[in-house]
Design a binder for this molecule. Structure first.
Ligand code: NCD
Length: 308
């Protein structure tokens, strides 16, 4: 099988195009199973450990739901202050311990590179569920799946990434995957929150094109997809700087009235003020469906990485 070699998923660049396509195909099968209300027990006897050193709603719960839907079990913590990290235990010691209790680990941690470090010391598969402001590869897989379901392709589209592109880890992973599949990407952000050069440099040899602007209104009419993100308050050193930049982009009825009829609005969630709930019922707003796709996509990832 094409994915047999995937041991850890710490960055989206661990995956080839073929492997991403394979995960998306498997996710479709999982979605069909979920929709038909069938139950699976292919992960019976397997244990997923969810180690969340940072806040989460969707990622943790959809990983847990995915494992339950596959018939497996889940252990872990949602709050690091209840774990031995509170007593000063190092991440690597936690990993060396938990690997003996589970078959696969998914980890969210505030330090960039933490999942890569964890993988170095771990004999079971590690999945990065967000490492600081660095990457969030499984979010990208569900973002790609959402685009595939809605547009029937993940190539040759014009996609706007908007908001906090400096600290927004979902956009760092997504940009790489979109470039790999030959899309045109328009990065829309205040100058202070631009996509980091090291992410842009990584994709030099990929097929996609990148443009940069601060002005959403100027480009919204050209887009197939607008992927908007919140300003990542917790990564700012200065509260004053956060307050100055927050509220820069807000989607509301007014802007939706000039936006293309076939434009889809995506958001990894949680939102703060960048999408007014008054547009939630607009057919173009697909962020809650995107969040639901976390379950089939993570079912596919778990099944593949557990090599079942
Ligand atoms: C994102 C994250 O944690 O990076 N949330 C998520 O996993 N769906 C986005 C965010 O927190 O802004």
């Amino acid at each position: 099988m094409v994915l047999k070699q995937i041991t850890h998923l710490t960055s989206i660049d661990n995956l080839t195009k073929e492997q991403i396509n394979f995960i998306l195909d498997k996710s479709k099968q999982m979605l069909n199973i979920l929709n038909s209300k069938k139950t699976l027990n292919i992960c019976k006897g397997k244990i997923l450990a969810c180690l969340f050193f940072e806040a989460s709603t969707r990622t943790r719960l959809s990983f847990e739901a995915a494992m339950h839907r596959l018939g497996g079990n889940v252990i872990g913590f949602a709050d690091a202050s209840t774990s031995s990290a509170k007593k000063g235990e190092s991440l690597t010691d936690t990993i060396k311990t938990v690997q003996n209790y589970a078959d696969i680990i998914c980890i969210r941690h505030p330090l960039e590179g933490s999942s890569k470090l964890a993988a170095k010391y771990c004999k079971i598969p590690i999945i990065n569920a967000g490492d600081g402001g660095h990457e969030h590869p499984t979010q990208t897989l569900m973002d790609l799946f959402t685009i595939m379901i809605k547009k029937n392709t993940i190539s040759n589209l014009k996609i706007g990434l908007c908001g906090d592109l400096k600290f927004g880890r979902t956009t760092h992973s997504l940009l790489q995957a979109l470039a790999l599949f030959g899309n045109e990407i328009i990065c829309i952000s205040p100058e202070e929150l631009r996509m980091p050069n090291e992410i842009k440099d990584k994709i030099q040899n990929y097929g996609g094109k990148i443009f940069q602007t601060e002005n959403l209104n100027e480009v919204i009419n050209k887009l197939d997809i607008l992927y908007i993100t919140r300003i990542q308050k917790e990564r700012f050193i200065s509260e004053k700087e956060y307050l100055r930049l927050k509220g820069r982009y807000i989607l509301d009825k007014k802007i939706m009235s000039i936006a293309p009829k076939n434009l889809f609005i995506m958001h990894p969630l949680p939102r703060v003020d960048e999408i007014n709930p008054e547009i939630d019922n607009d057919k173009r707003c697909i962020y809650f469906q995107q969040a639901f796709f976390g379950v089939p996509v993570r079912m596919a990832i778990l099944e593949i990485m557990l090599k079942i």
